[in-house]
Design a protein around this ligand. Structure first.
Ligand code: WT7
Length: 635
């Protein structure tokens, strides 16, 4: 190995055979065509899908920023994700190959998936769930998670998936805000061989949220759990009742939806303590996710696609559930931890199932990298032809390892920049396009982005500024659930008419986009998006805490780690035991992912004269950097 092997190349040109076989051969030309008439571009993409009724208008921009796509059209994403495959050869294809942490494999064909979704749709209807009702889903990474999401969509209900790594207060807040009367959960899940007591967490959350009438419990661990008579039902009991099969296997009709009807809401972290639910719709979303996956990941019928995210995040919604199913792809889904029981688990899965495209996050790569090359080298990874990255900027070391050790120098890495709010890739390459490691290359066809200074003027090439999106796109969020004003003020008011991403970025001389990171109070910890205010409010909910501040500091593997500063109430004294207890408290309330890596007891927090905590200053001091501008400080 030469010294050069440890650093990524400045420019990587894809091998000739990759270009020859690529769906999109001239990316810049396609982008130019799309730019000349974006609506025509999206309309052409929409025509590749089925609709009950076609649109009157591609884009209704009469009330910005409340854009509407494919208005007048009737559809349901299930029509494309499931229904249209039935009766074709695809019905016999595998939709999912699922592997449990213990190595058990369960497969589901498109036909089988359609059956399960129909049954569960009927179960939900029997519980009184109707079009427009919200259903909260709190499940581990098992096939019942996509089944539950798809069943909701089929009957026109709006799913709200809460990631299985969240805990009592996060779940409670999300159930209450969404006003869900039905909760779907499991007796438990497995993570690194340990049991996660989901039902117990859900029971605690339900004590705080009185509005849930029915709880459907999937049997996963078979550990005894509390089942409340009249409220809690076993999933498999319900699925085997005549009400699910309707006696003779009568199907569950797919509800005809308006293109703009909501498909799901997904909570994400922002700048306040209150999580906000991002709303996505049936029509534009299906066009956006299918087009981006088809072009960027160049999906072919023989591919075995593995998006290693959790279905509980937007990555999973768009690229484990909806886009792959619309394209008739075969997806691999793995229940557990990448290092269980050994650090070669992922590479074992790639080999065993012949994965051809692997899509994951830089934090996972960095985490696996530290165990050394011997683990992947023990496996035949020759089935891989494309790799993907998402969630945070990928550093050159991780890019190089991923490219050289996993992709054997052959596989292009599709670095996709997007957000819960955007629903689909916004800045991403295609396999035929020359890559610069660490850059997502260019905005996707039909997408326009700029980097602005604080006055709203585009910065010069190479200069850092605020990343904005300057025109609407079909899979864009439509609003924040129950808070349209916040949608306008947070995303569309800083630079009127432009969507503020919250990220800083630069564009180089060749027009390549480089994402630098969040500019707001959002922290990306191991790719998970958390808000400083949420962590602070979890800390303050402990009896000993009077004030708290949370910051993100650079971390080699996680990207950022959470550090917290705490002022105790009178009568409480700082001690290692209390420190430990506060960490455990955050973990219990929000989930283990939010537990601060370090908690420091302090007597005061740096604040501005108006009383705002100066997290920027805490962050600089934590890293031993100069204070910067402290003219507004009143310590
Ligand atoms: C934030 C959105 C959308 C999938 C998962 C994250 C960061 C996302 C990249 C990338 C650099 C990235 C941004 C963004 N981010 N992808 N390829 N390169 N940064 O969704 O939880 O809504 O987080 O993730 O900071 O704003 P999310």
């Amino acid at each position: 190995m030469s010294v050069d092997d440890t650093s990524a190349p400045k420019l990587w040109t894809p091998p000739r055979d990759v270009v020859r076989k690529a769906t999109v051969k001239d990316y810049d030309a396609l982008r130019a065509t799309a730019q000349a008439d974006p609506q025509a571009f999206w309309e052409e993409q929409a025509r590749t899908l089925k609709w009950y009724r076609k649109w009157d208008k591609v884009l209704d921009d009469s009330h910005p920023p409340f854009y509407k796509w494919f208005t007048g059209a009737k559809t349901n994403i299930i029509q494309n994700a499931i229904d249209r495959h039935i009766g074709t050869a695809t019905q016999n294809k595998l939709a999912y190959i699922w592997e449990s942490e213990t190595g058990e494999v369960r497969t589901l064909s498109y036909f089988g998936l359609a059956r399960e979704v129909c049954r569960f749709g009927n179960v939900l209807k029997s519980m009184g769930v109707k079009k427009g009702d919200r259903v909260t889903i709190y499940l581990p990474r098992i096939l019942e998670l996509p089944i539950a999401m798809l069943a909701c969509a089929k009957i026109g209900a709006v799913h709200s998936v809460v990631y299985g790594g969240f805990s009592v207060e996060s779940l409670h807040g999300r159930i209450e805000d969404s006003e869900s009367r039905v909760l779907i959960t499991a007796d438990g899940g497995y993570q690194r061989g340990k049991l996660v007591p989901l039902k117990q967490i859900a029971d605690e959350a339900l004590q705080r949220a009185g509005i849930v009438e029915h709880v459907i419990v999937v049997r996963r661990t078979k550990e005894p759990v509390n089942m409340e008579v009249g409220r809690d039902y076993w999933y498999d009991d319900l699925m085997n009742m005549p009400l699910a099969t309707r006696g003779n296997g009568e199907p569950c009709p797919t509800e005809v939806m308006d293109a703009e009807d909501p498909l799901f809401m997904l909570y994400t972290s922002g700048t306040t303590g209150k999580p906000k639910a991002i709303v996505h719709t049936h029509g534009g979303y299906q066009v956006g996710v299918a087009t981006t996956m088809r072009m960027t990941f160049d999906l072919r019928p023989e591919d075995r696609w593995w998006c290693a995210a959790d279905p509980g995040w937007i990555t999973g919604h768009s690229y484990i559930v909806y886009a792959p199913l619309i394209l008739g792809a075969t997806s691999v889904m793995y229940e557990g931890a990448p290092t269980f029981p050994y650090p070669d688990r992922w590479w074992r899965i790639v080999e065993k199932h012949g994965v051809s495209i692997l899509y994951t996050a830089p934090t996972a790569i960095r985490g696996l990298m530290r165990f050394g090359e011997a683990w992947p080298n023990r496996h035949d990874l020759s089935s891989l032809r494309l790799l993907g990255s998402v969630g945070e900027p990928i550093n050159p070391e991780a890019w190089n390892w991923y490219h050289r050790v996993i992709g054997k120098g052959r596989c292009p890495i599709m670095d996709t920049w997007w957000q819960t709010e955007t629903g689909m890739f916004m800045i991403a390459p295609v396999p035929s396009f020359p890559l610069k490691p660490g850059s997502g290359t260019r905005p996707f066809p039909g997408i326009t982005a700029e980097v602005l200074d604080d006055a709203g003027k585009p910065v010069a090439p190479g200069e850092e500024g605020r990343l904005v999106l300057t025109s609407p796109w079909p899979a864009m969020m439509r609003t924040i659930w129950k808070d349209p004003d916040r949608y306008v003020s947070q995303y569309w008011s800083t630079f009127p008419g432009k969507y503020l991403t919250g990220d800083s970025a630069r564009i180089d001389e060749d027009g390549y986009f480089w994402i630098i990171g969040r500019m707001d109070d959002v922290i990306k910890v191991s790719g998970y998006r958390l808000g400083t205010a949420e962590i602070e409010s979890a800390l303050v909910s402990h009896a000993a805490v009077s004030e708290a501040a949370a910051i993100g500091v650079p971390h080699e593997i996680k990207g950022s780690a959470i550090w917290a500063y705490v002022i105790l109430r009178a009568g409480f004294t700082a001690s290692p035991a209390l420190n430990e207890e506060l960490g455990a408290h955050v973990s219990r309330e929000m989930g283990p992912i939010a537990r601060p890596e370090r908690i420091e007891f302090v007597n005061a927090l740096p604040k501005t004269r108006s009383g705002k905590i100066m997290r920027r200053l805490l962050k600089a001091r934590a890293q031993g950097l100069p204070d910067g501008d402290i003219s507004t400080l009143e310590e």
